[in-house]
Design a protein around this ligand. Structure first.
Ligand code: ZN
Length: 303
């Protein structure tokens, strides 16, 4: 009888030890989810500007205006939190992509955050996407993305790797957030509300500051999941394959489009000229391995 009791006691001790161990593992993993806070400068890049409205032809809500507003709100929040903040543009003018990258690369202990809104010819398309390129940017992308998704009712369209010019040419961790589709009636209506834009800026700031990642909705169906380049704090798979890049994507063509076309050309016509891109684009076309598989069910981001 005594031996049975002793055995039971031992078993209980072992169980308690196991629970403590598991608890510690969870704690450790959570702490690893925290980003490295080795930066004190944030370079905010509000997309588009000036002659470049962003989005697609005929789009009512101008992406350049929404992006700048969220960027300015984000700047305020980050400054209040003690960060040094640089804006690539602070009003309605166009900044060529190489200039944006040069501003980012002029800072060492910094990160680069591009603010955009999405567009699609399909009005139903909605949701949040976040892009990164280098593995050193993946954690920042995940932190920002998960906060933004958790703060909205929009679809989680996943964290995606793509060689956009502003992500590929920056030497500091760089992330591009697509804060929703301005071609979607619901998301466009929300984006027009200052309180909603303020909330977006809040969530992006939370991600930058590495606040604990909220639990999140799964990515929308139909997206191809890819292995996360970072250790996942939770068993949560939100890294997805990016769609093939379209020539219309302004993150890579505006720099050259600006040179040859003055303001008389609209964004829609100038950015379609993929063939006009310079030699620097060569690399980008091969930088993303996702171009071979086209998924018709997925919307093309059109930043
Ligand atoms: Zn954009």
């Amino acid at each position: 009888m005594a031996t049975v009791l002793a055995k039971l006691l031992r078993l209980r001790k072992a169980t308690v030890a196991l629970i403590c161990f598991l608890f510690c593992v969870v704690l450790t993993q959570n702490s690893k989810a925290e980003p490295d806070a080795r930066f004190n400068t944030v370079v905010i890049d509000a997309g588009h500007g000036g002659f470049d409205r962003g989005g697609i032809p005929g789009q009512r809500v101008a992406e350049k205006t929404m992006a700048l507003d969220v960027g300015q709100r984000l700047r305020k929040k980050l400054r209040e939190a003690g960060y040094q903040v640089i804006m690539t543009r602070d009003s309605d003018f166009f900044v060529p992509l190489p200039a944006r990258v040069a501003i980012a690369n002029a800072h060492r202990d910094a990160i680069f955050v591009c603010i955009h809104f999405n567009a699609s010819t399909r009005a139903g398309a909605n949701g949040i996407e976040t892009y990164y390129y280098g593995n050193d940017s993946a954690r920042l992308a995940a932190n920002i993305h998960r906060h933004v998704v958790a703060g909205t009712n929009s679809d989680n369209r996943g964290i995606r790797r793509r060689g956009y010019y502003v992500l590929r040419r920056t030497s500091i961790p760089a992330v591009l957030v697509e804060c929703g589709f301005l071609t979607n009636p619901t998301e466009a209506r929300l984006a027009l509300q200052s309180s909603y834009r303020d909330g977006l800026a809040d969530r992006i700031a939370d991600g930058i500051m590495g606040k604990p990642t909220p639990s999140n909705r799964p990515v929308v169906a139909g997206l191809t999941r890819v292995p996360a380049p970072i250790r996942q704090p939770f068993n949560y798979n939100d890294f997805v394959r990016a769609e093939p890049e379209r020539s219309r994507s302004s993150h890579r063509t505006h720099s050259s489009a600006k040179k040859k076309s003055s303001r008389k050309k609209s964004t829609s016509s100038s950015t379609k000229k993929k063939s006009s891109t310079t030699s620097s684009k060569k690399k980008s076309s091969s930088s993303d391995s996702t171009k071979k598989k086209k998924k018709p069910s997925e919307e093309e981001p059109n930043e």
